[in-house]
Design a protein around this ligand. Structure first.
Ligand code: BGC
Length: 253
């Protein structure tokens, strides 16, 4: 199975580590560098190159996976909800490959987190549809069917009660509006109930830093499917980006 470098680019920090792909364990300390002000492509590129260079010292041949908070199709970043608009339409994967002088895998951050939970965490071995949701600055979502990722689900932007739901139900919205757990859970209830209507999942996994405090809000939700905290929380993006870098597509049967 081997090792891979996983890099998770976020609005406040760029984090990375070398990952053991058999176990999902970090083989190095997690390195975190603050995201350069403005989150522009040039600044993020330079910081990511610095991080990969530091990590590759441990294993120069390790494949590299990078995840990013935007829709990513065929290596092109197509949205920018909480980052610089300069990313829209950029051939990001190629840009990183040229700067690093090697091939990389570039993916959406929630997709990476979902893939990590399906490979090494709360959604491992689930028979059916697991939905990963990350509650942070925005709301990220990922769909996994029997462990296979359907990329670029953007349900954090569902319109509910006339609002883009991530502006009302993200963890940033909870903090910004100083919502009680009960007030926040009412908004989350609408979000997860809508996902049940559209997707009939077998499991919800909830990630993001706030999932550490899951006992304050998950028991307040009433859903058909079980809803559980992510196992990897802050490391899920790193693990998933690393795992996606060596993903083998199952043969068609
Ligand atoms: C973006 C998603 C991303 C999520 C979490 C949303 O605003 O549209 O692509 O996965 O934030 O970072």
């Amino acid at each position: 199975m081997g090792t891979a470098v996983g890099i998770d680019i976020g609005g406040t920090g760029i984090k990375g580590a070398l990952v053991d792909l058999a176990t999902g364990e970090l083989l190095t300390d997690r390195i975190k560098i603050p995201t350069p002000a403005g989150g522009t492509p040039d600044g993020i590129l330079a910081t990511t190159v610095e991080l990969v260079t530091q990590l590759q010292v441990h294993d120069p041949d390790a494949p590299v996976g990078v995840c990013f908070p935007a829709v990513v199709k065929h290596g092109v970043t197509l949205s920018a909800a909480n980052i610089s608009k300069k990313w829209i339409g950029l051939h990001a994967e190629k840009m990183f490959e040229e700067a690093l002088g090697r091939n990389i895998t570039f993916a959406n951050d929630a997709d990476a987190a979902g893939y990590a939970e399906a490979s090494f965490g709360a959604a491992r071995g689930i028979d059916g549809v697991a939905i990963m949701t990350t509650l942070g600055t925005g709301i990220g979502t990922a769909i996994l069917h029997n462990g296979v990722l359907v990329p670029n689900a953007e349900f954090g932007h569902l319109e509910i009660d006339g609002h883009d739901i991530e502006t009302r139900a993200s963890n940033a919205a909870r903090e910004r509006e100083d919502l009680s757990w009960t007030q926040w859970a009412k908004r989350l209830q609408k979000f997860y109930s809508a996902l049940e209507v559209y997707l009939s999942p077998d499991l919800f996994v909830v990630g993001g830093g706030v999932s550490k405090q899951h006992e304050h809000f998950l028991p307040l939700l009433t859903l058909n499917a079980p809803i559980v905290p992510a196992v990897h929380r802050n490391n899920a993006g790193i693990l998933g980006a690393a795992a996606l870098a060596v993903r083998t597509i199952p043969p068609l049967s």
